[in-house]
Design a protein around this ligand. Structure first.
Ligand code: HMG
Length: 391
């Protein structure tokens, strides 16, 4: 059984609109620095009405298939916590839109923001069983909180697609994981709600405790020493959360968490999340992409990864970039994807949120807005209809 398994390719897609948090700060009656410095967020992606987790996931997956084709893909795992159906896997729509063969298994996974990490590890296990197979893992989410709530400043939307294979070209998934699960009510979304219930302060405290527990389990299982890591990447509901989490890790390891040290260890992981917002399952992997795109050379240096999903599950693990990985990145396309978003005013954003029709039942047609590969054109008889975007 090969242990040399990991990320062969990684790509992201984000939504159509960009809302400047200065506009939200004005409406919330707070200083813009609360969002820019206190939360570490500048802009948030707002999905167009004809975008959802399926269109985002498909746009990310298309980039992977454009490079590698679909040969050998026997499984597509889609992680999300903003699911569009309580029964049918969103992965099936994506399998269809991507033109993947019918001879695949397509499954949706859920555990809040941790789901993408669960999918990555399951994918690696499938490849360990049969190194000839490749697994398409996609983490896709649209994060929306109640209007005027504290969480509104942390919204966002994105999907990250990863091709998991033997002998990967980007990074190997290292074998040791530290785990932590605890039944807590920090953030949850009953099926009748389109936005989560959240106890924001509790969620921050539990996330930090989960970092500590997952790290201690990782140490106990014989993982890398703290000083072995070349970089640190955390789930980023807002980028300052990574700073809080890393301060906790430094503290546990008896190191001083100076602002300079924190910036040196984390800044490179925050560029995309700062401009997109929370993308739940995709957020940790956007952090990894930002790190790889903004760091000179991490070949052979383990990158610590901390995945947290409210409720809660956390995992501390690592990936190690392999020789030549930089040739497989998409730094320019990634920056263009952010720059291509259309600015949206607060009033327009609010109008979109207040008129959102999905989830309400009944037939609905959506205006053609998105410029990504596919759009949600209608919901008819409770069936979602996706169409290619006219070019
Ligand atoms: P809040 O009450 O609006 O903000 O909610 P605050 O009063 O805590 O202020 C935030 C920070 O801004 C503070 O910094 C302030 O001091 C600072 P801190 O003390 O924490 O270091 N601040 C300023 N800084 C500079 N200039 C100023 C200024 N004013 C204030 N003028 C909260 C913040 C995060 C609670 C809220 O946004 C929220 O509820 N968000 C949603 C929940 C969340 O993101 N939780 C994070 C951990 S849980 C998680 O990561 C899982 C999740 O992704 C979901 C999943 O797993 O599915 C959310």
């Amino acid at each position: 059984m090969t242990q040399h398994i990991g990320i062969h390719d990684i790509a992201f897609a984000t939504g159509h609109y960009a809302l400047d948090l200065a506009d939200l700060a004005r409406v919330h009656g707070v200083a813009v620095d609360k969002f820019r410095i206190g939360l570490g967020q500048q802009v948030q992606t707002v999905a167009a009405p004809d975008e959802d987790i399926v269109t985002l996931a498909t746009a990310a997956g298309q980039q992977i298939l454009a490079r590698h084709g679909s040969d050998g893909i026997q499984t597509i795992l889609l992680a999300t916590e903003s699911g569009i159906d309580a029964s049918k896997a969103a992965a099936i729509y994506v399998q269809d839109l991507l033109g993947l063969p019918n001879a695949v298994r397509a499954v949706e996974l859920k555990q809040a923001c941790y789901g993408g990490t669960a999918a990555l590890h399951l994918a690696a296990a499938l490849v360990a069983r049969d190194p000839n197979q490749r697994v398409l893992v996609i983490a896709s989410d649209v994060a929306a909180y109640d209007l005027d709530s504290g969480g509104e400043a942390t919204q966002g939307a994105a999907a990250v697609a990863m091709l998991v294979t033997a002998d990967p070209a980007v990074a190997v998934l290292d074998p040791v994981s530290g785990l932590f699960t605890s039944n807590v009510m920090d953030f949850w979304r009953p099926t009748y709600r389109s936005t989560p219930r959240v106890d924001g302060k509790l969620s921050v405290a539990i996330y930090l405790d989960a970092v500590e527990h997952a790290w201690k389990d990782y140490e106990a299982r014989g993982g890398h020493r703290y000083t072995d890591f070349g970089a640190f990447c955390y789930h980023q509901p807002f980028t300052r959360m990574a700073y809080k989490a890393h301060s906790r890790l430094l503290e546990i390891n008896g190191c001083a968490a100076t602002p300079q040290q924190l910036d040196a260890d984390l800044l490179a992981t925050t560029h995309y999340n700062r401009m997109i917002g929370n993308s739940y399952t995709a957020s940790l992997y956007l952090g990894l992409m930002s790190l790889l795109d903004h760091t000179d050379d991490l070949t052979g240096k383990p990158v610590a990864m901390l995945s947290y999903g409210s409720g809660c599950v956390a995992e501390f693990f690592s990936v190690t970039p392999v020789s030549g990985y930089r040739e497989h990145l998409r730094a320019e396309a990634n920056r263009a994807a952010l720059a291509d978003r259309r600015p949206i005013s607060y009033d327009r954003y609010r109008a979109l949120r207040e008129s959102a029709q999905t989830g309400a039942g009944g037939d609905v047609e959506f205006d053609a807005v998105t410029t990504s590969g596919f759009r949600l054109s209608a919901v008819t008889d409770d069936k979602r209809i996706y169409q290619p975007v006219a070019r």
